[in-house]
Design a protein around this ligand. Structure first.
Ligand code: UQ1
Length: 443
């Protein structure tokens, strides 16, 4: 089914309400039991639930998530650049979750791994044999004084592709640019999609070039000491930045926004106690991120930062063998992307199936992640790499250069693949194609 057909088949609001209240309120209020509990209905949670919902039987998989909508967050950069609309990036949660599973539209507030049970905000208790934690990572817009005021003010020039609340502001900010600085920031915290803060800088630079606006300086101010984690693509990106006249400043951290004066205050991370102020016409902010509180506060389950402490190979919890994790909520030392989740899905499926059969998990995740680095209206560097930042490229050509084919892969192919295959449990990343395309010679 085409994407447009899928959209036109969406249920009416009334029908959605009726079906939702059926699944949410006729369920018992106090106690549930299940074979597999999935906490979180994002990319990882929805896809892994889809793999087990029909296999284990009606309602033997329970998914807990309070959200009305499931967003394909990887589309947010394209929305910011005016290449997609927000309503193309989401579907109602009930339409993406597997029908054989029981969805509790609720939030997990406590996890007791010793009793194999979780408690929800509405007071339900859910007992599980096995649990997959897929709670994602949270955005914290409050860490930077002045940021929220700036984001909420429509004419402030402050925007962020990171939230569906603000992503629709970005393209207007780009279109209004005519002079001064357009500043793009990367914070001093772990983030999801580490490429996103600079992709939108290149897209903006491309927009300005195409529209002959030469009086705007594009600045990419990052708290990191490098432009990109994987050296192969870092080399490519330095060239892109130079060609597009994007000035890259490393080791600088946004600490305050003054929306009334259109000023951003930065701290230098290489020279302690040094701050400086830059004026902006547009300020695109990647906010600080933090681990989900329900995991972070649970010392049995989390590491010192607050992420779910799982084995980086097997994805199994280091203390509780009946708990697994996937995606942004975990300690996995790879980039937090939807493509990484896809890469983890196959390993999780094999290891969870082994555990369900009383066997020892043996599948090992290599850290595969991918970042389609969109560099303009029609170009993209398709970065793919492993835990050691070694390239793990799918296609039999050099993916370190900008390509139109990879742009269309990102813009047109990935959303279809995500909604129609991955969320239905039918996509485990491109590993298999990599092996075929490299005739079995690659890793
Ligand atoms: C991928 O598998 C994936 O999952 C659906 C994405 O969506 C988040 C991606 O953006 C990418 C790049 C991949 C990797 C796939 C290929 C073909 C490189």
């Amino acid at each position: 089914m085409s994407f447009w057909k899928t959209l036109s088949c969406l249920k009416s609001p009334c029908e959605i309400l009726n079906r939702r209240s059926l699944s949410a309120s006729t369920a018992l209020r106090d106690q549930h039991n299940c074979r597999l509990l999935v906490v979180g209905g994002g990319a990882g949670g929805c896809s892994i639930a889809a793999k087990y919902a029909s296999k284990l039987g009606k309602n033997r998989v329970i998914i807990i998530d309070p959200a009305d909508r499931h967003y394909y967050q990887a589309m947010f950069t394209m929305i910011g650049g005016g290449m997609k609309k927000l309503n193309q990036s989401y579907k109602p949660m009930e339409d993406v979750l597997p029908k054989q599973a029981l969805w509790l539209k609720d939030k997990v507030t406590e996890i007791d791994p010793k009793k194999n049970e979780v408690t929800t905000e509405k007071g339900d208790i859910v007992q599980y044999d096995y649990m997959v934690v897929a709670t994602g990572i949270e955005l914290d817009f409050t860490k930077i004084p002045g940021l929220l005021e700036g984001l909420k003010d429509h004419r402030s020039g402050v925007c962020s592709n990171y939230s569906p609340l603000y992503v629709t502001k970005t393209y207007g900010c780009i279109q209004r640019l005519d002079s001064g600085n357009a500043i793009f920031t990367y914070p001093n915290s772990p983030v999801k999609c580490a490429g996103a803060p600079q992709k939108i800088a290149y897209i903006t630079a491309d927009y300005l070039q195409r529209n002959g606006r030469r009086n705007v300086n594009v600045l990419y101010n990052t708290a990191l000491p490098v432009i990109f984690k994987a050296p192969k693509y870092a080399t490519s990106l330095w060239k892109v930045a130079e060609k597009k006249r994007v000035k890259v400043n490393l080791n600088v951290d946004l600490v305050e926004v003054r929306p009334d004066k259109k000023q951003a205050v930065f701290k230098s991370l290489s020279k302690p106690d040094e701050t400086f102020v830059q004026e902006y016409q547009m300020l695109h902010v990647c906010p600080h991120h933090c681990p989900t509180p329900v995991i972070a506060k649970n010392k049995e389950l989390s590491d010192s930062v607050g992420f779910l402490n799982i084995d980086k190979g097997t994805l199994q919890h280091i203390k509780y063998p009946n708990i697994f994790g996937i995606g942004d909520c975990t300690t996995l030392p790879t980039s937090k992307t939807g493509a990484a989740v896809a890469g983890q899905l196959g390993v999780l499926r094999r290891n969870l199936s082994a555990a369900l059969e009383g066997k020892t998990p043996t599948a090992i995740y290599d850290g595969y992640t991918s970042c389609p680095l969109v560099t303009g209206y029609g170009s993209c560097i398709m970065a793919e790499f492993d835990y050691d930042t070694n390239p793990l490229e799918t296609f039999p050509f050099d993916q370190g250069v900008e390509r139109r084919t990879m742009f269309h892969m990102k813009k047109d192919v990935m959303p279809i693949l995500y909604f129609n295959l991955m969320l239905r449990g039918l996509w485990e990343g491109p590993g298999i194609f990599r092996k075929i395309m490299h005739f079995g010679f690659s890793k």
